[in-house]
Design a protein around this ligand. Structure first.
Ligand code: 0GY
Length: 295
């Protein structure tokens, strides 16, 4: 099969990121990244909402080694729909150095779940961002949640800040650890003290199974690099819940419109949101190891 043509306005990841000044501690996990294809080998799904550039496992592993990352958590990207083959292939190729998060429908078989578990998949992603996916009824997600809980997997949720209030009753019914992508995408222009972001922090206080990725300053920032306006948000989550936060690059940065981040700069952002060695150890190593590498 020929490769699929990327969208005309697609921004390609930076091929030569800067070398970070911050030296990542040994064992660091990039807990949010993706692979796209390559589409000649792993075609993008017919139901996709965007067609990206190719960004396969070889390029991901090269970035991992360049940045000084030890392990990756590869999250199924919506451009591959529920066809998890590219993500699973990358997990298998990385061996113990990668884990995966899948996207599945109600028709997934127990055998398929077990095969993914064996490849290193440890969770599913429930996506509520409608520019990326069509809506899934909550009962469908809840039925999947019950099944994957038996495998000791967890659930990653992706939603916009405006949807949090509506989703709280649903989140409270989920039986596993829940990891929220990108701090629930706060509107950083409103400031860290705004009731919307305080409600998210409050919910983490109420639900001790709720974790947050303190990822994607490049996506949330209004000011742009070096993302000063996002620092207080990530820092607030790290300070309040140091045992339930994860860091990641989000390489290859799907759907960025304003600019493409420098992955080296995203590493240099870490000490700004987790200044102490103790909080860095938890954010970069202890938390992701507990969640993804317990077995
Ligand atoms: C992210 C963000 C985005 C895309 C996806 O799976 C995806 O397509 O996750 C986005 O466009 O905001 O977390 O990578």
């Amino acid at each position: 099969m020929n490769s699929q043509q990327m969208d005309a306005d697609w921004l390609v990841f930076q091929p030569n990121p800067s070398k970070p000044k911050f030296v990542l501690p040994k064992g660091t996990v990039d807990a949010h990244c993706h692979v796209f294809g390559p589409s000649a080998e792993f075609p993008f799904a017919p139901e996709r909402k965007y067609t990206p550039c190719d960004a396969g496992k070889a390029q991901l592993f090269a970035l991992r080694d360049f940045l000084g990352v030890e392990r990756n958590v590869i999250v199924q990207a919506t451009c591959h729909g529920r066809d998890n083959r590219a993500m699973v292939d990358a997990c298998r190729a990385a061996g113990e150095r990668a884990r995966g998060i899948a996207s599945v429908g109600p028709d997934v078989s127990d055998g398929e779940l077990e095969a993914m578990d064996e490849a290193g998949v440890r969770g599913v992603r429930f996506n509520f961002v409608m520019r990326l996916v069509d809506a899934t009824p909550p009962e469908v997600f809840l039925a999947i949640a019950e099944r994957i809980a038996r495998l000791d997997w967890h659930i990653v949720v992706y939603f916009e800040a405006a949807d949090l209030t509506r989703l709280i009753p649903f989140l409270k019914r989920l039986p596993t650890v829940i990891v929220v992508d990108h701090m629930g995408r706060p509107d950083v222009a409103k400031g860290v003290d705004h009731p919307d972001f305080q409600a998210f922090l409050g919910l983490m206080g109420e639900m001790d199974n709720l974790w947050s990725k303190v990822t994607c300053p490049e996506r949330l920032s209004v000011q742009g690099p070096p993302y000063d306006d996002v620092v207080p948000f990530a820092r607030a989550v790290v300070d309040a819940y140091p045992d339930r936060v994860l860091w990641g690059t989000d390489w290859p940065h799907p759907n960025m419109k304003t600019h493409m981040p420098d992955d080296g700069m995203l590493v240099d952002y870490i000490p700004r949101i987790a200044p102490e060695p103790d909080s860095q150890q938890k954010l970069l190593i202890d938390n992701p190891m507990r969640l993804y590498w317990a077995r």
